[in-house]
Design a protein around this ligand. Structure first.
Ligand code: NAI
Ligand code: MG
Length: 357
């Protein structure tokens, strides 16, 4: 019997709507080659919907989407709708209520891409940022006082729990066990942030004890950003809190060529809820509607989704097809120094897949 995966797609706004269809076509193509099928259900949850109805998704949105095997999302955000509305009205509720506590963002310098760092090749840049995705600095605890007066004040609480910290660290150490280097680096700031970050360091030390055989390192986030640029080869698996992981996972892909290639997964490791797969980039209003967005991030993200669903060969095949498509300037997009538009770049990936490379 043919295996069928039920996947919810949320193209969202801006270039999300341009790159997701490319990812879907790529998935359908490898599915046919590998003997499985995908049943797509599209949801119009977006800033456009917010403008029309006053909410990013319906009240029972989480209930509607809970039963799918995976969620494939483009990006949300559009000028005129404040970014905290799109984030807190859709992405954060999905990540939290589906307990997608591990945000996994691979950073790899693909063949065919020149790093902005001089003299670096694919062997130098190959690491994964594991970001805590449901607590930490992104918390709604806090408030504003005396708004609009000279006494105005704003308070925002970070929340780090032992359960939340331990499970993201365990995820990072388990991931490191599957990799060649078996190394985990912790991003901290326990000099300046004197309550939560020393706690983070203690939990990292405890995780190191729980996982013998894994080498570790830790850096304060400020110097760590410098090391990402100067010594990307030092890193294998990086574990970070919600905010630090967010920052590092934009810097990482920039070092590996472009935010336009960076994939990410919001994983519910226990499999109790669907995991959600989305490119790292946003809706890019500056290029939206022009048909020039790089579809590679969305396609690589789709490969991560298939890998998570157990279709490892299909995922590997997509990654190889991406690398082939990046070999010539005519088939890669402008952010990578090429001349292709979204459609050309997508076609090149499909051609590589169909040629069975
Ligand atoms: P962005 O990632 O949308 O764009 C940053 C820069 O990178 C822009 O110059 C853009 O043109 C370029 N870029 C991004 N993706 C590209 C691609 N695939 N191909 C070629 N160039 C690409 O980030 P920005 O500008 O900070 O945010 C724009 C909107 O997206 C905001 O509303 C923001 O809240 C939202 N956003 C949404 C995210 C999500 O839905 N997961 C993540 C990040 C931002
Ligand atoms: Mg971000």
């Amino acid at each position: 019997m043919t295996k069928t995966y039920r996947i919810a797609t949320i193209p969202g706004d801006g270039i999300g709507k341009e790159v997701l269809p490319v990812g879907r076509r790529v998935v359908d193509t490898v599915a046919a080659q590998h003997g499985f099928t995908v049943e797509w259900t599209e949801f119009d949850w977006s800033c456009e919907r917010y403008r029309a109805t006053g909410s990013m998704m319906p009240d029972d949105g989480i209930k509607q989407i809970k039963g799918f095997d995976s969620i494939y999302l483009g990006a949300v955000g559009f000028p005129g709708v404040p970014d905290h509305v799109s984030l807190w009205g859709l992405l954060i509720p999905l990540r939290r209520e589906l307990d997608q506590y591990a945000n996994v963002r691979p950073v790899r310098l693909l063949r065919g891409i020149t790093s902005p760092l001089a003299g670096r090749g694919p062997e130098d840049i190959d690491f994964i940022v594991v970001r805590e995705n449901v607590e930490g600095e992104y918390s709604e605890i806090g408030g504003r006082l005396y708004q609009g007066t000279q006494h105005e004040a704003a308070v925002q609480q970070s929340i780090l729990t032992r359960r939340g910290t331990d499970r993201i660290m365990d995820y990072a150490f388990e991931l490191a066990k599957t990799r060649k280097r078996k190394h985990v680096t912790s991003a901290t700031k326990s000099n300046g942030i004197i309550h939560t970050m020393p706690f983070w360091d203690e939990r990292f030390a405890a995780a190191t004890e729980r996982h013998p055989g894994i080498e570790t390192a830790q850096f304060h986030i400020d110097i760590m950003t410098a090391h990402f640029v100067l010594h990307p080869d030092w890193f294998d698996v990086v574990v970070a809190s919600n905010l630090f992981g967010d920052i590092l996972s934009d810097l990482g892909p920039a070092v590996a060529g472009s935010i336009g290639i960076a994939p990410s997964a919001n994983i519910n490791p226990e499999g109790q809820f669907p995991s959600m797969f989305e490119p790292v980039h946003g809706s890019a209003p500056d290029i939206a509607g022009k048909g020039v967005a790089n579809p590679v991030a969305a396609v690589w993200t789709a490969a991560m989704m298939l890998e998570h669903l157990g279709e490892v060969d299909a995922a590997t095949k997509i990654e190889r097809a991406i690398e082939i498509s990046l070999e010539t300037p005519e088939t890669k997009t402008r952010d990578l120094g090429g001349t292709a538009n979204t459609a050309d770049a997508g076609r090149a990936i499909l051609v590589a897949l169909n040629e069975g490379n």
